[in-house]
Design a protein around this ligand. Structure first.
Ligand code: KMT
Ligand code: NI
Length: 172
């Protein structure tokens, strides 16, 4: 895992866009983000899932040969959105980038690779992209019935109760 400020330069979403300015782990935890390094450790993932009462999971292999409509889906994952539930992702292969909004609404880019497990709080604005290898295999875990539905950012999501609760927790 590696976190840094997104450079905001034009170019393919899948290139690193590394500004060279790192984001420290404490800043990520201030945003409510939890990260664990769990290479080849499904039992540890199972424990986190049962401790947090996660009942649902699936696996997704995001690549041109395994995901029909790959280019469109990758563009869609990159639309800024939130979820009304925590989003847990455990990377099983390849790598990818999650961009999350900072307190000042800038992008923090988080690079995840095999063995990384990340928990994003409900209500945080984020987006996802594969990297230049075009391959991410990930386990997606959700609490209840899957609430995968991404709610794209707009005036409605700004008023969303899960968004409001997140900001209350983040900003006190
Ligand atoms: C999301 O919510 O952005 C995703 O689930 C992306 C695919 S999982 C690596
Ligand atoms: Ni999401």
């Amino acid at each position: 895992m590696k976190a840094y400020w997104f450079d905001n330069l034009p170019g393919d979403q899948r290139s690193p866009h590394d500004s060279g300015r790192p984001v420290p782990p404490t800043y990520l935890s201030d945003l409510g983000i939890i990260h664990h390094e769990l290479p080849n450790n499904l039992p540890a993932v199972d424990k986190i899932a049962s401790d947090r009462n996660y009942k649902n999971r699936d696996e997704i292999e995001i690549s041109p040969s395994t995901l029909p409509g790959y280019e469109d889906k990758v563009k869609n994952f990159f639309h800024e959105h939130l979820h009304e539930d925590e989003e847990i992702r455990y990377i099983l292969g390849g790598g990818g980038y999650f961009d999350v909004r900072s307190k000042d609404d800038d992008w923090v880019r988080i690079r995840l690779e095999e063995g990384d497990l990340m928990i994003m709080p409900a209500g945080i604005y984020h987006r996802f992209t594969t990297d230049e290898q075009n391959y991410t295999k990930a386990m997606r875990l959700f609490k209840e019935d899957p609430k995968w539905t991404p709610l794209q950012r707009g005036s409605e999501t700004d008023e969303n109760q899960f968004r409001r609760d997140y900001l209350k927790t983040r900003d006190g």
